[in-house]
Ligand binder design. Structure first.
Ligand code: OAD
Length: 235
């Protein structure tokens, strides 16, 4: 794998998806062993599911907390943290992943557009999201906020608006190189980010197979992120 030749004027936007954490043992959503092959997202990851059966929703996110709590960053997370170190404020990482493996590898300029697995928030009041790694497995009572509302996972569910979109679109309009890594290109609005970047940036996909939005990329580098990124981003 040849190293990517960044120019000193480049501003780099990186979008990551579940594939980046796959080599850390966290299942993706749509691959053969993916979460959406075993769960119906309408039943565990939507406002409707929360209204209908919040216990089932907490069972699902407690299972995901349990899996993510023992996972360790892999070479892909580390390569992205090292790239940030060399590019400084010319770099922004936007992840659809809700695990904290990018941060554990050292990433700081990072936006979690789909929320964070180890945070919770109230479903009723405007209290800020707070750190929470508790497992609420088959809870007899749903945890409650002092205001009386129910405590829910701090996750963007289907039908909800992702976080940080203003900041994300500002950076997309300004970047000169856009990477999408380990994401199937099927979920909006992330699947259209490459279209926004394409007006002025090179767009590069990294993952084992071409994504659904492959036509939006000027280049695709096929393979596992953990095996490719350290060489691609080597200083
Ligand atoms: P998907 O499961 O849809 O896609 C995972 C992608 O990772 C696939 O394209 C795989 O080819 C690729 N992949 C697998 N192993 C890889 C590896 N070792 N290195 C690089 N790539 C690899 O996951 P996402 O695109 O992230 O949203 O899914 C987007 C959103 O859909 C998620 O954030 C989640 C889900 O529903 C919410 O829950 C709101």
């Amino acid at each position: 794998m040849t190293r990517f030749a960044f120019r000193s004027s480049d501003r780099v936007f990186v979008l990551t998806g579940a594939g980046v954490s796959a080599e850390s043992g966290i299942p993706t959503f749509r691959d053969a062993d993916g979460l959406w092959r075993n769960y119906r997202f309408e039943e565990v990851a939507s406002p409707h599911a929360w209204r209908r059966d919040p216990r089932l929703v907490w069972d699902f996110y407690s299972m995901r907390r349990r899996v993510a709590s023992t996972a360790k960053p892999n070479p892909a997370h580390r390569a992205l943290a090292a790239l940030e170190k060399s590019l400084g404020d010319r770099f922004l990482l936007c992840t659809q992943n809700v695990d904290s493996l990018h941060e554990q590898a050292g990433s700081q300029r990072i936006l979690h557009m789909h929320g964070e697995l180890f945070k919770s928030r109230c479903d009723s009041c405007s209290r800020s999201p707070f750190d929470d790694s508790n497992l609420y497995e088959s809870p007899s009572e749903i945890p409650r906020c002092p205001c009386g509302g129910k405590i829910r996972p701090h996750i963007c569910w289907f039908g909800e608006t992702p976080f940080h979109l203003n900041e994300i679109f500002a950076a997309l309009g300004d970047c000169t190189v856009f990477f999408a890594i380990g994401t199937s290109g099927t979920v909006e609005p992330a699947a259209s980010f490459a279209a926004h970047a394409l007006r002025r940036a090179k767009t590069i996909y990294v993952g084992p197979e071409p994504p659904a939005n492959r036509h939006l990329f000027t280049e695709s580098i096929l393979g596992k992120a953990g095996e490719l990124l350290s060489s691609l981003f080597s200083p």
